[in-house]
Design a binder for this molecule. Structure first.
Ligand code: AMP
Length: 550
């Protein structure tokens, strides 16, 4: 097996895989020769898993068994307000898993029992398809991968993404931040002296900003921020609301409860949005959308212009610009000192977004960097650096959130501040507060709010077996570390005896090891079944295209 490492951009809407071959990044064709794979998974009435365009195409007739935007749910609680919002606007059903995590219920045909999938399993199906496409392209197994995540992902979301990789049979060498990957690709493409780069990344589900200093041998992240719940789908929703209001006003029909009609409207909203990037007007035509009150079919036909659309989404664009500028300020950089602006993500093809970024910075964003592929290319470059024998470009990323512990009265006390370069480690000393105190309970959180309830609790641990002493006499050193993947671990040592306490931050929603093992084997069974049946294995198609038809 070679030392090839897949660079995977596991996107909310689309995913992409690249590899560095002979020193040159190469994007692998997936899904019938396309370079991106829609991050869509479905179960068809025969119980077969469909991924990518095949899944997307059948969504209208099988909406409740088709999963879009699983990335919005990965590593989140079922009762997390953001997740609830995403679940509420999804056509598929979800329920709480054994640990309060999210399980997606999909049913293979009308008589089958629903099967509850962990979000990681859904993402694993997408990753598995990318892996297979790369393997059939290269004609040999490839297991190593670097996967990108939004810079703003928490520890749990990163862990869950790693687990998804494992379920798909990948050895995930590293999780890296999407904007960092974009800058890495850019740094590799444009050699030169030290340059300050700001990345504005608006994809299907998330918004990310990173400010970096790039030279030919170091890529250093100076600051990063993001909004894990602002992306293209929110822009689509505004258009969707507009369409629903129009139908209600002009036809007196409410189609909100009709899943298939909603799916068609959602698709049409996205198509109109994309059209408005190139044209000043877009038409929406959806025949037989629903049934009118008089029993006649409702054929929707309407038109809107770019100005109307821009007015619907100004507040979203404002939000991104504010965050973009404040992150640049947080990096200690003046807007005029930014040498290059990189736009990443499909949404940055929107003219008003390009205009607003240019106006705010008084500079035109860089061109020549392909917004859809650049993240996977950066991940592949990072992958090749990780397995290279000689040191190449050094990547210095930062942690996007404060990491802290709960202090007296529920106040959040920061241990490692956001924007600290990772990997990093920090040690704090704790003492007992009562005489003969036997244990200390410590809650670890991630987030930027002053009160712990508004942050994400990563887990908690209890130091036990403390020696019986008067209060304040026991000294325990607790070290917190964040790995290069952004993953948190905690260790404790009794200072006096030097005794190490074996502690683990028990993330409440990690999949159990045996559950992951079962999922890995399910995943493999599915793959074997698919090959035995001769169903689409996208890579084979890709190879045919490479062989001459493409
Ligand atoms: P990404 O996550 O980077 O693949 O971005 C996907 C998002 O970009 C989706 O919301 C798409 O609807 C959106 N998108 C793709 N192409 C365009 C375009 N030409 N204009 C505006 N939005 C687009």
């Amino acid at each position: 097996m070679t030392s090839r490492v897949l660079g995977i951009d596991l996107g909310t809407t689309n995913s992409c895989v690249a590899v560095v071959e002979g020193g040159t990044p190469l994007v692998v064709p997936v899904d019938r020769g396309f370079y991106t794979l829609p991050s869509v998974v479905a179960v068809d009435p025969d119980g077969k898993h469909l991924v990518g365009r095949a899944a997307k195409r059948q969504a209208v007739v099988n909406a409740e068994n088709t999963v879009f935007a699983a990335k919005r749910l990965i590593g989140r609680d079922f009762d997390d307000p953001f997740a609830s919002r995403a679940i509420g606007s999804s056509p598929f059903n979800c329920k709480a898993g054994p640990e309060g995590d999210i399980r997606i219920q999909l049913t293979a045909g009308p008589n089958a029992e629903p099967h509850a999938y962990a979000v990681q399993e859904i993402s694993a199906l997408v990753l598995g398809d990318l892996k297979r496409a790369a393997e059939s392209y290269f004609g040999e197994p490839v297991v190593k991968a670097v996967i990108t995540v939004p810079a703003y992902f928490t520890d749990r979301q990163r862990q869950a993404t790693m687990d998804a990789g494992r379920i798909a049979g990948l050895d995930v060498l590293r999780i890296i931040n999407e904007p960092t990957a974009a800058a890495l690709a850019y740094g590799a493409l444009q050699k030169g002296g030290q340059r300050k780069v700001a990345v504005y990344d608006l994809g299907g589900g998330t918004f990310d900003v990173s400010v970096l200093a790039i030279s030919s041998d170091v890529v250093e992240v100076l600051a990063t921020a993001g909004d894990a719940f602002l992306g293209g789908r929110d822009f689509d929703d505004r258009l969707l609301e507009w369409l629903l209001a129009l139908i209600e006003r002009e036809h007196g029909v409410s189609v909100g409860g009709d899943r298939n009609a909603m799916q068609r409207l959602r698709d049409a909203a996205e198509v109109a949005k994309i059209e408005l990037s190139d044209q000043l007007h877009a038409k929406v035509a959806l025949p037989f959308l629903a049934t009118r009150r008089d029993g006649q079919p409702l054929h929707l036909q309407c038109e809107l212009d770019r100005g109307q659309y821009e007015a619907m989404v100004t507040d979203y664009v404002d939000r991104t610009i504010e965050m973009f500028l404040s992150t640049i300020a947080h990096a200690g950089v003046q807007p005029g000192e930014i040498d290059e602006i990189i736009l990443v993500g499909g949404m940055t093809r929107t003219p008003c977004i390009q205009r607003r970024v240019s106006d705010a910075m008084n500079k035109t964003p860089a061109s020549g960097v392909h917004a859809d592929l650049v993240v996977a290319v950066g991940a592949a470059i990072q992958g090749s650096l990780l397995v290279a024998s000689s040191p190449g470009v050094k990547l210095m990323d930062v942690t996007p959130h404060n990491l802290g512990i709960m202090a007296f009265g529920g106040l959040a006390e920061t241990v490692i501040p956001k924007d600290t370069t990772i990997p990093t480690e920090f040690t704090r000393s704790f003492t007992t507060v009562t005489d003969n105190q036997e244990q200390v309970r410590i809650i670890v959180y991630q987030g930027d709010a002053r009160h712990i309830e508004r942050n994400e609790v990563l887990g908690e641990f209890t130091l036990t077996g403390l020696p019986p002493k008067v209060r304040g006499a026991v000294n325990i050193e607790v070290s917190f570390s964040i790995s290069a993947d952004g993953i948190v671990s905690v260790a404790a040592r009794d200072k006096e005896t030097g005794r190490e306490q074996a502690i683990q931050v028990t993330g409440r929603h990690r999949l159990h090891e045996d559950e992951i093992r079962r999922m890995v084997s399910d995943h493999q069974d599915n793959l074997l079944a698919a090959i035995a049946e001769g169903t689409q294995v996208p890579g084979e198609v890709a190879q045919t295209l490479i062989a001459g038809e493409g």
